[in-house]
Design a binder for this molecule. Structure first.
Ligand SMILES: Cc1ncc(COP(=O)(O)O)c(C=O)c1O
Length: 429
């Protein structure tokens, strides 16, 4: 207790945050126009086989969203399906290696295993939280064919350096933009740098369908093979460019991964609402970042000068344990939660700790050896995994300003009581 009588909420004091949980409310509720469009679609067409109706509208709107910098936009029933199609189209198969970041959402790379390919993990950069170009170059082998960049939390990767490496080694680049709707690197939109890009439209994303994904590319060969993998019949017949490949239109290459029109309608409405929501998130998180600089034991998320954070998909600052001797991240999270904050450790460990990545033999295709991804010793990925905090993205502005101020007050209060918190943590073992 301080001389003012203030006490940590964890130790029986009054919480610093008064607004009841939840603080992160996403996805936003549908407006009447969206509900009416969904109802009308029910009696119009509930299975769109080609590229027409709301599916076509979404693909056209997405190309416009990417400043018409991509020739093709193909919808899928999830981001994971779109990634599977992208890897297939980029030539991943047995004996082919993909290099990707050691700490990201697993689905960015997991479909490689279904194609009998191998994944090699490179370290991340603490600023961008995406691939570290030096580590990437060290990880390449003669089997590497594809580099997967994930613009983690919406912060674009160091694309100049990565594209230089890809060019030098003649590698293909896949951008996973699932966190980076609307993000820009040096003015250019994420999703327009690589040979292909995928955006998840799952419910948590800034532009959401509920379940859905979209693959964009300027490469007709990638378009044709991705289309055939996931869209047999009408769409393959009408859109596959290569005559030789088009002969497979009846069967495609065996899978049906297309988006439902209902998901396309939801996505169209969230895409239309995105610019305003993006503005609100930028204002709220810009303010939050500035205020967090006042908290000595937290490192706010850095944003490089040449970057526009677009969707601002997540807010994951780092804990500085050296400023709080005797307090672990877990103990800190307990104290902050007791103060009424919505805070946790980000989900998703380093991929090297997951059995699909760590084993030396493929569990899908026994007998096929695969790279056993040992954790990278002393890596940035490990540091970020151990120190990051997950905080709300505060979607309402200016309505959330008071809540942000309360979060800062809670951080500061816990900071003032760091000795009591360390003592409590030691006593609780
Ligand atoms: C970086 C990244 N890639 C891929 C995916 C997979 O997308 P989906 O859930 O639409 O299959 C996600 C989903 O969270 C993701 O965050």
């Amino acid at each position: 207790m301080t001389s003012t009588g203030e006490r940590l909420a964890l130790l029986g004091g009054t919480p610093a945050v008064s607004r009841p949980l939840p603080h992160e409310i996403w996805p936003p509720r549908a407006e009447q126009s969206e509900l009416a469009a969904l109802a009308a679609q029910r009696n119009d067409d509930i299975s769109i086989k080609g590229s027409s109706g709301p599916v076509r509208e979404l693909e056209d709107a997405f190309r416009a969203f990417l400043d018409h910098q991509v020739r093709w936009a193909i919808t899928f029933n999830s981001g994971t399906s779109a990634l599977l199609a992208a890897y297939f189209a980029l030539g991943v198969r047995e004996g082919v290696e993909v290099v990707g970041p050691a700490l990201t959402y697993h689905a960015a790379l997991s479909p490689v295993h279904a194609l009998r390919g191998e994944v090699a993990l490179a370290d991340i950069d603490v600023r961008t939280r995406g691939l570290d170009p030096d580590s990437l170059e060290r990880t390449l082998t003669e089997r590497t064919k594809v580099i997967t960049v994930v613009h983690q939390w919406g912060h674009p990767c160091d694309m100049d350096a990565i594209l230089r490496i890809a060019d030098k080694h003649r590698l293909r680049v896949l951008e996973d933009c699932s966190h980076a709707h609307g993000s820009r690197y040096k003015g250019k939109l994420c999703g327009t740098f690589g040979d292909a890009a995928v955006f998840s439209l799952q419910a948590n994303k800034a532009v959401f369908a509920g379940e859905g994904g979209i693959l964009v590319t300027n490469d007709d060969g990638v378009h044709d093979r991705a289309t055939l993998l996931g869209h047999y019949r009408d769409r393959s017949r009408d859109e596959v460019v290569d005559q030789e490949l088009r002969q497979y239109w009846v069967t495609g290459f065996g899978l049906k991964l297309r988006m439902s029109p209902f998901n396309a309608i939801v996505a169209l409405h969230s895409l239309a609402a995105f610019p305003e929501r993006k503005q609100a998130r930028h204002s709220a998180l810009g303010y939050f970042g500035e205020r967090l600089a006042e908290v000595d034991y937290i490192e706010p998320m850095p944003i490089d000068d040449e970057v526009d954070m677009g969707a601002w998909y997540g807010y994951k600052p780092l804990f500085r344990p050296e400023e709080m001797p005797g307090v672990s991240r877990t103990a800190l999270i307990s104290a902050l939660r007791a103060e009424g904050m919505e805070v946790g450790a980000p989900s998703g460990p380093r991929l090297s700790t997951l059995p699909l990545y760590a084993g030396a033999e493929s569990p899908l295709f026994p007998g096929i050896p695969k790279a056993a991804n040992a954790p990278i010793a002393g890596s940035v990925a490990e540091l970020v995994e151990q120190r990051a905090l997950s905080l709300p993205t505060f979607t309402e502005w200016p309505a959330d300003k008071d809540l942000i101020d309360q979060y800062i007050a809670a951080f500061q209060k816990v900071g003032r009581h760091r000795t009591a918190l360390a003592e409590h943590a030691a006593a609780s073992g």
